[in-house]
Write a protein that binds this ligand. Sequence first.
Ligand SMILES: NC(=O)c1ccc[n+]([C@@H]2O[C@H](COP(=O)([O-])OP(=O)(O)OC[C@H]3O[C@@H](n4cnc5c(N)ncnc54)[C@H](OP(=O)(O)O)[C@@H]3O)[C@@H](O)[C@H]2O)c1
Length: 213
Amino acid sequence: MQVTVLGSSGRTGIHVVRLLRRHGHTVYAGLRSTRHGEAVAGLGARPVPADLASDPASLVEAFTGSQAVINTAGAADPDPSAVNLVDRDGAIAAIHAAEQAGVQRYVQLSAQFADSPDQGDRLVRSILLAKQVSDSKLRRSSLIWTIVRPGNLTDDQGTGRVKVAGHLEPGTVARADVASVLVGALSEPRTENQAFDVLTGDVPVGAALASMG
Ligand SMILES: NC(=O)c1ccc[n+]([C@@H]2O[C@H](COP(=O)([O-])OP(=O)(O)OC[C@H]3O[C@@H](n4cnc5c(N)ncnc54)[C@H](OP(=O)(O)O)[C@@H]3O)[C@@H](O)[C@H]2O)c1
């Protein structure tokens, strides 16, 4: 399968690129800056310009020919204006671009509590609200979607074991395991048109995803 990854240079995105390549997929690694091109090319992915805050036509170009998009991007700056630009408006632009480019499958990395965003401090609330709006846009799109809502992300080594459910208690999960869930969703029909929380747990990712729906 050809997959375009948004936010390929990110701490979760790079795990996604690596895993997709390991599974034999053709990967277009979406980058907002060319400075990470060599790192993704070294993993066997093809770097493509994909800035969520820039010209949407470049997103259509980055998606053309791909059957799936995985969006792992998130604003580098937690200020609400930057978050709205990337996590809300940029994510929505990417959904529209995927529809235009004829993409069938779309996997979005959201955040735990994005579906009940009235909590946390001002910055957390703005991130959750931005993700709530873009998640809701994805649900109403023509794409086959999956929305993955992880708890707090860590850089711990992945265990390959998670807990998934519609809603979970607050918790943490390794970025490497979130990447396994995002990639695993592409080949698990039970995750189609589903939104769920993910935390570290004791169920192998494949079995956890097969229990959805
Ligand atoms: N931190 C947490 O505990 C937590 C919890 C739940 C969910 N999340 C969400 O999980 C996602 C991944 O988090 P992370 O910590 O792995 O991310 P990260 O390391 O901060 O990486 C974010 C990625 O998004 C890219 N990006 C930023 N602005 C962009 C734009 N305008 N267009 C395209 N790409 C852009 C960055 O590119 P550059 O390298 O060029 O900056 C980078 O590749 C984010 O959406 C975050 O909100 C985070």
